[in-house]
Design a protein around this ligand. Structure first.
Ligand code: WTA
Length: 658
């Protein structure tokens, strides 16, 4: 666990196991020797123009080629530019260019609904027609190049169609995760200044209907600029429709033309905004542009997943997060892959739902999150063992550190020792995978994301900026850009620079702690800022705190993460109440519901700890270090408490632990 803020990182466990790529996999892999990986990596760092020029030629169709490949400054006036002057379209690359070959009739998207009997398949040609139609619908509503279109939807095919349609006409999509609350949606709509919203009447989760449109109505009450709301009927059930603003998807699509020329976009024209949590309470709109992002998504997809035309590839993420953007939609479709999209959850109707899907579609590549694995481990091995998983040839992990036990379970029980595991480290900001083994040539160590992808030069540094030694924990930074790096924070240029380039000038600051071992392998050790990772979802403690503090009975709130068996990190909230408020169990429930309403169910506190006061320094700063220790049960070593204004607070805190 990283000694947050203290600058030192303790290594508690050294994992010694090494697992080499299975021979059968290595034989056919795209890159099957360490030497080949090292040569390509070296070239990508020493000669990025040549390397990323070649990748761009190979993976993307361009309307016009570039004048320069890589241009940037990580100092002073921070900027990043790839493929200057080049022209392309992301949707064209995901669709049109596959229509010229046999892939026209290949499955592009296989959608499996939560109900077992509901599924739909779109070939590349069919998907192209749907995207063109919806692009024309958007145009018909007056949407133009550069306009923002917000998308708040469950995991249904129309979500992928909507974002590809935006890309087609040059509109910037901003997907808001369907599990966020009305308030969270409203804030994101306002920040992105969207005037069109695409949504669904209901969502489905573990057999229950989620009233998406009701949330939308609440959100839109505070967004007068949203003039059009398009509603997909996920289920045949009425919802409130506002005259003059809301229209059903099917009604608009029925008369739309299936031909729509792809807009010619500059390589640096924005493709999408995606909100993510930083260390302050206000989520930031991470902005990605077209050329570099597409090249990076396609290149990483091909090499990290050792992708072949015959694969059935399944990424279990939600398109509301960056993993779904890059590795359900843009990367796989640019590569001409068959991408499976799943609406459900791991435990419904039974704990073998994932394995039922793998068996049904003969999935060959599975990309999922440690939190899902841990929850399935708990249900028992008989669930996966009862299914035919022999089609799986490669397994991936993303979103949070994978603990070695979950890794070994994935390897033995799911991969049956035949499928290499790629533990991929990256961020919303990075656009694509940065640190990962290449499956045919890098021996893995359970819990390590291993080595950098092409073009990525990571470093672990101490608090003073010097390079950390072998196995010494420090901050992970990246010394130069790669094509998929974000280009800015939407509407707030200073925030981009201040968040990532000021603390350590000249490098990209990831906000993660890491160490590098004697083989150069990188081990991620969690966030070093006030971001917590709950079930692979990024949340800032400040965001949850401000939601709690907004409750009329709360005087002050402090939120920290603590180790949680399934979620990775849980949310622990310390609360002081206003003077006259009585402490009751109902209040605990009321506060939980309040956070769900303000942010969404993912932000529900796991523990609410009522205390009479917060531990503060004389200058009034909350000593979070102490709150973290108490939350993780580490009460014997609270560390230095001499800076506390009132040491009696500690006793009170310890006496009120639930
Ligand atoms: C964490 C998700 C360890 C990390 C793609 C990062 C990981 C944050 C891994 C980004 C991994 C992601 N091992 N930690 N393989 N993958 N993380 O923006 O703390 O939702 O900074 O992007 O997740 O989360 P985000």
């Amino acid at each position: 666990m990283v000694g947050k803020k203290s600058g030192s990182v303790d290594t508690l466990l050294i994992e010694k196991r090494i697992i080499s790529p299975p021979q059968s996999f290595r034989e056919n892999a795209r890159i099957n020797s360490r030497k080949q990986y090292e040569e390509m990596w070296r070239k990508s760092i020493e000669n990025p123009d040549e390397f990323w020029g070649e990748m761009a030629e190979e993976h993307i169709d361009w309307f016009k080629k570039w004048e320069a490949v890589e241009e940037y400054s990580f100092q002073d006036d921070v900027f990043v530019r790839y493929y200057r002057g080049a022209k392309l379209n992301a949707s064209y690359n995901c669709l049109d260019r596959h229509l010229r070959s046999w892939r026209r009739n290949k499955a592009a998207l296989i959608w499996q609904g939560e109900p077992l009997e509901e599924s739909r398949t779109f070939t590349y040609l069919q998907l192209y027609r749907e995207v063109c139609k919806f692009a024309n619908v958007l145009k018909g509503l007056g949407v133009k190049k550069g306009d923002r279109v917000s998308v708040y939807m469950p995991m249904i095919p129309e979500l992928a169609i909507a974002i590809l349609s935006c890309a087609r006409i040059g509109a910037i999509h901003s997907v808001v995760f369907g599990g966020f609350s009305a308030e969270a949606l409203r804030d994101r709509l306002l920040d992105s200044k969207a005037n069109v919203l695409v949504t669904a009447n209901y969502g489905m989760r573990a057999g229950k209907l989620i009233p998406s449109k009701t949330n939308v109505d609440l959100a839109l009450a505070g967004c007068p600029d949203v003039k059009n709301c398009i509603v997909v009927k996920r289920v045949e059930k009425d919802c409130n429709m506002v005259e003059g603003r809301d229209q059903y998807w099917d009604d608009l699509m029925s008369s739309a033309s299936p031909f729509c020329e792809a807009e010619v976009m500059d390589a640096e024209d924005p493709l999408f905004i995606l909100y993510t949590s930083g260390s302050t309470g206000k989520p930031k709109g991470v902005l990605h542009t077209t050329g570099g992002y597409m090249v990076y998504a396609a290149t990483t997809f091909k090499y990290v997943f050792d992708y072949r035309d015959e694969d059935v590839y399944w990424c279990t993420a939600d398109i509301g997060w960056v993993t779904g953007h890059s590795y359900i939609v843009y990367g796989p479709l640019a590569a001409g892959a068959t991408s499976l999209m799943f609406e459900g959850v791991p435990h419904y109707p039974e704990p073998d739902r994932y394995w039922e899907v793998v068996e049904k579609y003969r999935v060959s590549i599975l990309y999922t999150a440690p939190t899902a694995l841990r929850s399935m481990i708990k249900s028992g091995d008989h669930w996966p063992l009862g299914r035919d998983l022999s089609s799986l040839r490669l397994l991936g992990s993303v979103g949070e550190p994978i603990n070695p036990e979950a890794w070994m379970w994935y390897h033995y029980v799911i991969g049956r020792e035949k499928a290499p595991i790629v533990d991929t480290w990256w961020q919303t900001e990075t656009g694509g995978i940065l640190i990962t083994p290449l499956p045919g040539c890098i021996s893995t160590k359970p819990g390590s994301a291993t080595l950098p992808f092409f073009g990525v030069n990571p470093k672990v540094i101490r608090q003073d900026g010097s390079e950390a030694g072998v196995n010494e924990g420090g901050y992970l930074v990246i010394t130069k850009p790669w094509p998929g790096i974000m280009r800015g924070v939407y509407g707030d240029p200073e925030r981009f620079k201040n968040t990532y380039f000021v603390q350590y000038p000249g490098v990209y600051f990831t906000g993660d702690g890491a160490r590098r071992d004697e083989d150069g392998y990188i081990w991620l050790m969690g966030r070093v800022d006030d971001v917590i990772n709950v079930s692979g979802h990024r949340l800032s403690t400040a965001e949850v705190e401000s939601a709690l503090a907004a409750h009329p009975k709360v005087a002050e709130a402090a939120v920290v993460g603590y180790p949680h068996d399934i979620k990775g990190e849980g949310i622990y909230a310390y609360i002081t109440l206003k003077d006259s408020v009585e402490l009751t169990e109902e209040l605990r429930y009321e506060l939980t519901m309040h956070v769900r309403q303000e942010i969404g169910p993912i932000a529900s506190p796991d523990v609410i700890h009522f205390t009479s006061a917060m531990p503060k320094t004389r200058s009034g700063k909350i000593l979070r270090r102490i709150l973290r220790k108490i939350a993780s049960g580490d009460i014997d070593q609270l560390g230095d408490t001499t800076t506390l204004a009132d040491r009696a607070v500690i006793n009170d805190l310890l006496n009120t632990v639930n």
